[in-house]
Ligand binder design. Structure first.
Ligand code: C2E
Ligand code: SIN
Ligand code: SIN
Ligand code: FE
Ligand code: FE
Length: 557
């Protein structure tokens, strides 16, 4: 890039400017080509490479990307950086910067304006925090452009000049903006793909557990496989299962994973008895986060001291109304679980309870396909509740629309063997929204065009998520096709009339009916007669007229 730099020295001259524009086009083309089809794990390296290219091209000392922290929009992290030779890297120091410390800069960025400061020394009083930060890095001049996705600020891209003062032209800033756009699209795609991968992993975990259910009749082997999966996939350090001895009514350790050998011996003696008993008696997940709380139970404290655990979960294992035991989770650093994590923990608890119940009930007997399906379905219902929670759906939305869809499907004489697939599909209808960022999904107002583009992808995400899983493949009709419309104006495929699977045609009416009847983050609930009017008026347009007719009959109208 040495010749590129020479070009810039001359680019203030008119003939140089034309050259410079050509170079910019070449640069953008190179970088875009580089980013197409980058696998998620290659994205960070790709961005670092691009920062070096534009940093050298722009003749600056440092080029960098900041993003809002994953969990909250209150902090900013320096996520990518390139430094010229002899320039000290800053990236490690610039993590978790509180956004509210930088009102001057953030206000501009939130308005999607760039910040161009040719002399840090001349920054206004109101920009003191930004000035201090830049001076601490010996920055003399800098330029920052916002990175925007789906109509929201997600971070920014910037250049620093340390060794000299520097002024940037409109062209330079336009270039940065274009690069920022390429970065943001790539980063968001990576985020969506990772979220989906995470969920596929969880489905696979449950599948592995089910395999253990079929292939092994020995409860201890089953539970050991469970715990191995549980600790890896929940990302926790250790776990154990205590079983309730029905004769003595005491909890006994039946399997453990992740403990030191000397602890294992004492686990079966006292285990987490105090908290585990509470989980069992109160029939709810007990969460203990502080060491002091854990220490309420003296023998337990001794056990934990040695292992340096600071987080504990006790999950009651309940099936057919009976407590079978307690699953215990231990971790050495703080956990920040979300709804999904907790939903997954609950699902694992349900699965473990069934395994224990089966093993003790049918000792030595072959497990039937039916029981296996029951285990899947308990799991799927757990997820379905977790999905409603994230979507801020009204309590029971997925359950209600599933029941209505099943009744209607029966009335349409759908084959008996297809009904379980329809049931699973309805429960998971909006699973694709997992990949939609919170700021869009939970936005209180109407969506912008860009946000709609992203929202419209949720059926495709469902397809990507569910199609690799054999036992859910036949459940895809609803998650993939529930936004198709009778007149062909729907998404994602624009199917028309009877091209749309019947289950999805039925589901569309039921889902819209239930969605409109309750408040959503973006609007208040509608009155029932308005909902009915709406559905009637769009019969034969959005909805299959036969479905609407039957639906109204069901509602007694
Ligand atoms: P959702 O809230 O579960 O709604 C499912 C479907 O019910 C919608 O599919 C639409 O067909 C119908 N529906 C729900 N609310 C209304 C409404 O107020 N008016 C009308 N005419 N129909 C309604 P659609 O439109 O494809 O939307 C899919 C998803 O996109 C929604 O799922 C929701 O998560 C999101 N969404 C839709 N509109 C907005 C909005 O204005 N703001 C936000 N933040 N999200 C929206
Ligand atoms: C800002 O948020 O405007 C300043 C952050 C920085 O310059 O690193
Ligand atoms: C998630 O389910 O996407 C994250 C939950 C976690 O593993 O902490
Ligand atoms: Fe949907
Ligand atoms: Fe829905």
């Amino acid at each position: 890039y040495a010749d590129l730099k020479l070009e810039i020295v001359g680019h203030k001259h008119t003939e140089g400017l034309l050259q410079y524009r050509l170079k910019i086009e070449e640069l953008i083309a190179t970088i875009s080509a580089n980013f197409i089809n980058l696998a998620p794990q290659e994205v960070d390296a790709g961005i670092n490479r691009a920062l070096k290219i534009i940093g050298e091209f722009g003749g600056v000392d440092r080029s960098y990307v900041f993003q809002y922290s994953d969990t909250e929009r209150k902090k900013l992290d320096n996520t990518h950086e390139w430094c010229a030779e002899g320039i000290e890297p800053q990236i490690e120091k610039l993590k978790g910067l509180p956004v509210n410390h930088f009102p001057w800069g953030m206000e501009k960025l939130e308005r999607f304006e760039s910040i161009h400061v040719p002399r840090v020394a001349d920054m206004p009083e109101s920009a003191n925090a930004e000035k201090e930060l830049q001076e601490s890095q010996s920055v003399q001049s800098f330029v920052i452009v916002p990175m925007v996705y789906g109509g929201s600020l997600v971070g920014f891209l910037g250049f620093d000049s340390v060794r000299s003062e520097k002024t940037w032209t409109e062209e330079d800033i336009a270039l940065l903006k274009m690069i920022g756009e390429i970065f943001v699209n790539t980063l968001e795609r990576k985020r969506a793909e990772e979220r989906i991968k995470h969920h596929v992993q969880r489905l696979t975990t449950l599948h592995t557990m089910d395999q253990a259910l079929i292939s092994s009749l020995d409860l201890h082997v089953i539970l050991s496989i469970f715990l191995e999966q549980v600790t890896t996939k929940l990302g926790v350090d250790a776990a154990s299962i205590l079983l309730l001895n029905s004769q003595t009514q005491k909890l006994e350790c039946a399997a453990s994973h992740g403990f030191r050998p000397e602890t294992i011996a004492s686990l079966s003696v006292h285990g987490g008895k105090h908290h585990a008993s509470r989980a069992m008696l109160e029939r709810r997940i007990i969460y203990v986060s502080k060491m002091s709380d854990i220490k309420n139970s003296p023998q337990f404290a001794e056990l934990l001291e040695g292992e340096k655990f600071i987080v504990y979960y006790g999950v009651p294992l309940i099936t057919k109304g009976q407590v079978k035991g307690v699953l215990e989770i231990f971790h050495r650093s703080p956990l920040n679980p979300d709804h999904e994590w907790l939903g997954f923990l609950e699902a694992i608890g349900a699965l473990a309870a069934i395994a224990i119940d089966n093993a003790s009930l049918f000792e030595g007997m072959q497990r039937t396909q039916e029981e296996l399906m029951l285990a899947y379905d308990v799991t799927i219902e757990g997820w379905s509740r977790a999905l409603d929670l994230r979507d801020k759906e009204t309590e029971g939305h997925s359950q209600r629309v599933t029941e209505m869809t099943m009744e209607m499907a029966r009335a349409f004489c759908v084959k008996e063997e297809e009904l379980p697939h329809i049931r699973r599909g309805a429960l998971l209808h909006d699973i694709g929204k997992m990949a939609i960022p919170d700021n869009i999904l939970l936005k209180p107002g109407p969506l912008t065009e860009e946000e709609w583009t992203i929202m419209h992808k949720h059926p495709e995400y469902a397809y990507q998520l569910l199609s690799p899983i054999t036992y859910l493949r036949e459940a895809l009709a609803i998650p993939y096709c529930h936004h198709e419309r009778w007149d062909g104006s729907g998404y994602p495929q624009g199917l028309k009339g009877e091209q749309i699977p019947l289950a999805a045609r039925i589901f569309a009416v039921v889902d819209v009916y239930d969605a409109l009847s309750f408040a959503r983050p973006y609007r208040a609930a509608w009155q029932e007669d308005k909902v009915i009017e709406y559905i009637k008026s769009l019969s034969g347009i959005l909805f299959d007229p036969r479905v609407v007719e039957l639906f109204l009959k069901f509602l007694d109208i």
